[in-house]
Design a protein around this ligand. Structure first.
Ligand SMILES: [Zn+2]
Length: 242
């Protein structure tokens, strides 16, 4: 069956003399494809068979084995990202993360959110904010959603004083013990991150202190609740240390 897919190459493995086996992240999950002869300089498949390429692919699809690549055309060559080492680190991290999340929920929604995040970074919007937005949304699929409704200890929805990465959500005045106090702007903005539709984002005006507090919160939250450790995130956090 011939099928058209849109996706990002997440790994490439040499195969025989001139071919590669590609794993392509798509809105149907990860699809394995043989790209025959793509290492030849004149092959029309050459440029679409490189890691982190975002393209449309026409494949001979096999459900239970590797599919075969027929042709491909670049959708966006992500040239702003690929000429900036920091942005490349974001792309690698978001791709590694999505690879782990894609099988945990609605693949179409997950892929849309992932690719829209990448395209907004390519457009020049703040990559850390966008990364954190995607991270908050993915928590639903990782079985660890943040409780944005009420105090996680008593259920009270009033007098919220902070949000705790250890307790997993809001803490009210009566239940507060010694949790880190986050500014109310941080608490409000984190919920906005969760609710915003990524493809509609036009600009992001958030103060550095709020941005950094949210990243710190989410890094701790992922450590505590998701069991996901991604090497490229610690590398990224080292690059953006403030
Ligand atoms: Zn409480």
């Amino acid at each position: 069956m011939i099928k058209t897919i849109k996706g990002v190459v997440i790994s490439e493995t040499p195969y025989k003399e001139s071919s590669k086996i590609l794993n392509i992240l798509t809105n149907e999950g990860i699809i394995g494809v043989i790209s025959k002869g793509c290492k030849n300089i004149k092959s029309p498949l050459r440029i679409v068979s490189n890691k982190l390429t975002y393209a449309e692919y026409i494949i001979y699809y096999h459900e239970d084995s590797l599919s075969t690549l027929k042709e491909g055309s670049i959708i966006n060559n992500l040239s702003n990202i690929k000429t900036n080492l920091t942005l490349i680190s974001y792309l690698i991290y978001l791709t590694d993360l999505t690879k782990q999340v894609i099988s945990e929920g609605n693949k179409e929604v997950i892929f849309e959110d992932y690719i829209n995040t990448i395209l907004k970074i390519e457009e020049g919007l703040n990559p850390l904010i966008l990364t954190n937005i995607l991270e908050v949304k993915y928590l639903d699929y990782l079985g660890a959603p943040i409780n944005f409704n009420s105090c996680v200890k008593c259920g009270n929805d009033k007098d919220i004083v902070t949000i705790s990465s250890i307790e997993g959500g809001y803490i009210c005045k009566n239940c507060y013990t010694n949790e880190i106090i986050y500014d109310s702007k941080v608490i409000k903005m984190l919920k906005m991150y969760y609710l915003v539709d990524i493809k509609t984002i036009k600009e992001l005006k958030i103060s550095d202190s709020v941005i950094n507090s949210i990243n710190e919160f989410l890094t701790d939250y992922y450590d505590t609740y998701t069991g996901i450790y991604i090497k490229s995130k610690s590398f990224l956090n080292k690059q953006i240390e403030y």
